[in-house]
Design a protein. Structure first.
Length: 343
């Protein structure tokens, strides 16, 4: 039986890489009847293994682990020019810039771990693995979920053997899951349009995300053709999340969000900051080079309580996120969904 069919509520916790993802958050969502995701992005393989083991200690329910698909190296000249632009920011904060580099986030080591210690599902962002790798994951009992932002990506993922499509609308917080960040239209479609367009082309199950903060929003994507809704920002203020203090404070506000490459070199949605306004227009499409370049700046901003240089990832509906335990968030969403379906 497919994972979504075994999950009590059609609610999927987004991976939330970069700090907010914790075994405690994943387990709380899973025990409350949702399907939890654990982020592998930025983690060393040993750290990922520890988090998987800890999650298994905390819950008996299956969960997903999310991997970043490696991309092509960026133009070094564009990265160097951006580094020169950011030098005054580093001087102001009293830190050095990071060393920009291309890497695969230890892709093969993490895949080896997940093949040796299978989880319920392995999800992919920034691309789709080849059919042979998907076959290997299927052979050890893991479902394969692929993030898509267009009908074309969806069709390609299905052709390669994906079990579930994660339809990510442009409303979603954090990185856009586009397979090519520099492709025309990378900013993407809204979630309702995206789900309808994908459903018209394939019967593959869809988990839809982007601005999902209420049961009514879940009902909307289900009505459009999804089997479940993906929520991430709605859980960032939960005590179980590893969201840092600067980020938590910003989530309690109401400033607008926008898409930017300023922090990582990949389009991502966050709460608008001075750094985004000043450097977003010139930031190159260069991930993870820019991510490594700005890491010390962002760390200094968190330590010094300066939100202007911190990546405050958040979806468009973030003001609706509540500071309450994850189980209560799942229960509220499920209750609102029941009301929406009955009306």
């Amino acid at each position: 039986m497919a994972l979504l069919d075994r999950t009590e509520h059609p609610i999927v916790l987004a991976p939330l890489a970069g700090g907010p993802s914790t075994p405690e958050l994943a387990a709380a969502v899973a025990d409350a009847g949702g399907l939890a995701s654990l982020a592998a992005g930025y983690l060393a393989p040993d750290a990922l293994a520890e988090r998987i083991a800890r999650t298994r200690e905390l819950t008996v329910h299956p969960f997903a682990v999310n991997l970043f698909v490696p991309g092509a190296p960026a133009d070094p000249a564009a990265v160097d020019a951006y580094a020169a632009e950011l030098a005054p920011e580093a001087e102001r904060l009293g830190v050095g810039l990071g060393t920009p580099r291309a890497d695969d986030d230890r892709w093969y080591e993490k895949l080896g771990l997940l093949l040796a210690e299978p989880v319920g599902a392995v999800s992919f962002t920034f691309g789709c693995p080849g059919a042979s790798l998907i076959d290997q994951l299927h052979a050890v009992g893991s479902e394969v979920w692929v993030t898509v932002t267009s009908p074309t990506e969806a069709e390609a993922a299905v052709a390669l053997g994906a079990d579930v499509l994660i339809a990510q609308g442009t409303e979603a917080g954090g990185h856009r899951g586009t397979w090519r960040d520099d492709a025309p239209g990378a900013s993407g479609l809204g979630v309702l349009a995206l789900v309808q367009l994908i459903r018209a082309r394939t019967s593959c199950p869809i988990a839809a995300g982007g601005g999902i903060a209420t049961g009514a929003a879940i009902a909307a994507v289900l009505a459009a053709g999804a089997q479940a809704a993906v929520a991430g920002t709605a859980f960032l203020r939960c005590p179980e999340a590893g969201t840092n203090a600067v980020h938590r404070a910003a989530l309690a506000g109401s400033a607008p969000t926008e898409l930017t490459r300023a922090y990582t070199g990949r389009l991502a949605r966050g709460i608008r900051t001075r750094f985004m306004e000043e450097h977003g227009p010139t930031a190159p499409s260069a991930y993870p080079e820019v991510h490594h370049l700005t890491t010390p700046l962002r760390a200094a901003g968190r330590e010094q309580g300066d939100p202007s240089v911190v990546n405050l990832w958040a979806g468009e509906a973030y003001p609706l996120a509540e500071e309450r335990p994850a189980a209560e968030v799942v229960a509220r969403l499920a209750s609102e969904l029941a009301v929406a379906r009955a009306s």
